[in-house]
Design a protein. Structure first.
Length: 408
């Protein structure tokens, strides 16, 4: 067995384990990051999951993200949750919500330190089309309401693409009506079924429209936030407790449904990043001795390239999703695609950036509550781009009025 002392080998403590419990899913999302399937898959047996929980705890893990596929497609989902709960983990369950029955909800109450994130991408027409199943919207909406009523913390994630951009209005109303936090995520066209889905992704002007929409709502107390790097956000919209970087290989690690250990929870589809299988080696041994992990642990913000090397938020942001950079450019230190695109198109002015490349001049990062420079503050003409017809004044959500939510 590997030495469980991370400090003795100068390896940071693991904080979060992202475990894809199964590759089976009852839906068929067009951009699934792990290419889940509807048939039964060869998932890790329960006895090994219990050992995984113990091994991850030995190297410091205190939080587990349980996703899939669809976690509730696995009949022993409760025992999986219990394996981590009894080892002192906080549980974060990611689900589409369609399989959560009242019995399941009652059993979920057994876990005191638990939160659930459900995916909802728009009204019934938009959501069912994206998720590949008629009636999915109504089931997910019912699950959100039931979980909310049970006092289990719940957050909604919406993946915003071209086809459902206008549904952001519906989702904003829903967030207010149900009093739930909602995250707008942009499409990652580099993993699983999402590969080559770039035509579905928002373009720069659509991202700006969505950002402005969210910003106006947040000024009125909305619980909506958009998953953008801090350089592209208003300072007051940056969530200070959430670094855009997941902490890959340093405090965060992924395990696939069939036992492969990889850099993060969404990297499982790339076999070149698999660093060992827990059916063959203890998890903590892989975490401590992986050649790739130990090489990547040497990287920090001083190694970032392109626009990321000059970003004033680089020390905290860390280049955001390094897997996206790697999948786009084949380089873990490459600039983040969305920020580089904004810069290349002239949407990030020079006065926002450090005057010299970070490799030749090091500057310290202000505290989290700093006033991050905002593109909108420095280039107001960006904010005042011609409306795309998505968020006209008539369509905008008013948090001073009663919400109007279409029935599922």
């Amino acid at each position: 067995m590997a030495n469980s002392s991370c400090s003795s080998v100068n390896i940071p403590l693991l904080h979060t384990l992202h475990y894809n419990v199964t590759n089976t899913c009852n839906l068929g999302c067009s951009f699934c990051y792990i290419d889940a399937v509807k048939k039964k898959t060869a998932d890790i047996p329960l006895w090994r999951i219990k050992k995984l929980a113990e091994e991850a705890r030995r190297v410091g893990a205190v939080k587990v993200i349980l996703s899939g596929g669809e976690i509730f497609a696995r009949k022993d989902w409760y025992e999986v949750c219990a394996a981590f709960d009894c080892n002192g983990f906080s549980l974060s369950i990611v689900s589409n919500g369609t399989l959560i029955s009242s019995d399941y909800l009652n059993r979920l109450r057994d876990f005191s330190n638990i939160g659930i994130m459900l995916s909802l991408d728009g009204d019934a027409k938009a959501h069912d089309e994206i998720r590949g199943q008629n009636g999915a919207h109504q089931k997910t909406l019912s699950a959100i309401k039931a979980i909310r009523a049970s006092n289990i913390p719940v957050q909604v994630n919406a993946t915003i693409i071209k086809s459902n951009l206008a549904d952001s209005i519906y989702l904003a109303n829903l967030s207010r009506e149900l009093d739930v936090s909602m995250r707008f995520s942009l499409l990652n066209p580099y993993n699983g079924k999402g590969i080559n889905s770039t035509p579905m992704a928002l373009d720069v002007k659509e991202v700006i429209e969505l950002r402005e929409f969210c910003h106006e709502l947040r000024k009125k107390g909305s619980k909506i936030f958009i998953n953008l790097p801090p350089l592209l956000q208003y300072p007051e919209d940056v969530v200070p407790t959430r670094s855009p970087s997941c902490g890959w290989t340093k405090s965060y690690c992924g395990v696939t449904y069939d036992g492969h250990v990889t850099i993060c929870g969404v990297a499982g589809a790339d076999k070149s990043l698999h660093q060992g299988n827990i059916m063959e080696k203890p998890f903590d041994e892989i975490w401590l001795t992986s050649p790739l992990f130990n090489e990547l642990r040497k990287l920090d913000e001083t190694n970032l390239k392109g626009i990321c090397a000059r970003c004033p938020a680089r020390k905290w942001c860390g280049g955001s999703c390094r897997l996206s950079a790697y999948k786009r450019d084949g380089d873990f230190t490459a600039s983040l695609g969305i920020c580089q695109t904004f810069y290349d198109l002239g949407y990030i002015p020079e006065q926002v950036l450090d005057p010299m490349d970070f490799h030749s001049q090091t500057s310290s990062m202000p505290s989290i509550d700093m006033q991050l420079p905002s593109i909108a503050d420095l280039m107001p003409e960006i904010v005042q781009i011609e409306p795309l017809g998505i968020f006209s004044k008539k369509q905008r959500v008013s948090l001073d009025a009663d919400p109007v939510v279409k029935n599922g």
